[in-house]
Write a protein that binds this ligand. Sequence first.
Ligand SMILES: Cc1ncc(COP(=O)(O)O)c(C=O)c1O
Length: 502
Amino acid sequence: MCHRVGVGDKPVVSEEMRWWAFQPAPGETLRLALERTIREAVLGGALRAGVRLPASRKLAADLGVSRGVVTDAYEQLTAQGFLVTHGRSAPLVAALARHDQPAPATASATERIQYDFTASAPDVSLFPLRRWLTTALKAAQAAPSAALGYGDRNGHGALRAALADHLGRTRGVIAGPDQIIITQGTSQAIDLVLGLLRARGARRVVVEDPSHTGQRIRILHSGLALVGQKTDEEGLIVEGLQADAVLLTPAHQFPSGVVLSPQRRRSLLEWAIDSGGLLIEDDYDAEFRYDREPVRAMQGLAPGCVIQLGTVSKTLAPALRLGWIVAPSQLAEELAFHKALADESSPTLDQLALAAFLRDGHYDRHVRKARTVYRARRDRLVKALDAELPGFQVRGIAAGIHVLLALPSWLDDKAVARSAVKAHIQVSPLSEFCLARADVKGLVLGYGQIHESALPSAVAALADIVRRHMAHNSGGHPQPNESHWPQDLQRTEQSSSTRSAA
Ligand SMILES: Cc1ncc(COP(=O)(O)O)c(C=O)c1O
């Protein structure tokens, strides 16, 4: 047991490092005791490399010893290699070669990725950092000091009001600010909805097959039963649906890119009304739509049975960790309770910044700019795929920041992705997102992280790998321009080779 007892009975501790028990052993001088205490803290890992120690005058005053005791101890520790001193500045803890630390791993192929087709990653270099910071500063300065206390658990009123206006105008959402709960992205929103479902005795949550792997893990982790429901070229198949809730991506199915057809929307809403089931609409990239008018959020068609989830992870940056739930009125208060259980409330200053960003039109301007950039990339990507892999279907091109390159169902898409990583290309195989389906294969190609000018060479390098795998495995199998996907996933749009990407 360690006592904070120093000379005599008085605790002797540094003001800045109150955990120090600076206690000379019998016969030990103050200088030796101090030297030993610091050395042990460095060796034990509490004082980490690069940490600055107090100036000798300050530490001497804190410990009630003469300054010479501290300077002598610092000099000894410097000579022994535990501290580094530069001129007259206070010493820094030196970086020691520690034997208990694992050797740094050698760079893997993943660390040397040259072309990153990760599906869900936006181009964060587009983030208007300066504009965000000036808006955040102004918003924080204008806020009363009470804003620095604990915030409302459902989110700051200014942001909820700005979002209610914004979502009504851009997505046809029908909700007042009281129906909105601010979250840390869609990820937390899903956790909160799952918590609510569990508390209400739900057992079964249906997801689309294929769907987002991370979201499925959240459902499994919540203890609710996870069930996959097939999707086709119209989106989720409603027939035979049995669930307490359905999590879906109607505006741009993740990862196939399909837009839920009007007929299916109607059937799903009828299912929800008849069965009392809840629809959880993940509206993750609806802002990026290129060739057709944006489809309205399902929430706007049936606000009583749809929970809409939104995020700024695609439009601004995932690092902001800002998202929202739009809930039916009767569920909003309960969801706010689950939010409070999770983390009390989201950071208020960031919420104020987003509220001002929306209100002042910066958000709309940024989305317009990003849409132009992504559209040009999408066109370049589709053109390059048409040139390099003629006859292969490219799906889900009308929206979002990824497309799906369909591969023949006899090809092992995971093996293709592994070969790609060896060639320093990051790409996700479609089968990674599938629950029960073994009949669809493909590569999910995000274009958020590859500049337009690099896309032709990225696609050429990837196409080489696809062709190699095709050549090794094609014996007797149909070629890609023949019907190679099951009928239910055949694309109804024109084929990629006849499509104009412009
Ligand atoms: C299908 C889908 N929904 C939502 C999100 C956004 O998640 P979050 O808001 O937690 O960053 C992503 C991002 O990867 C996604 O792919």
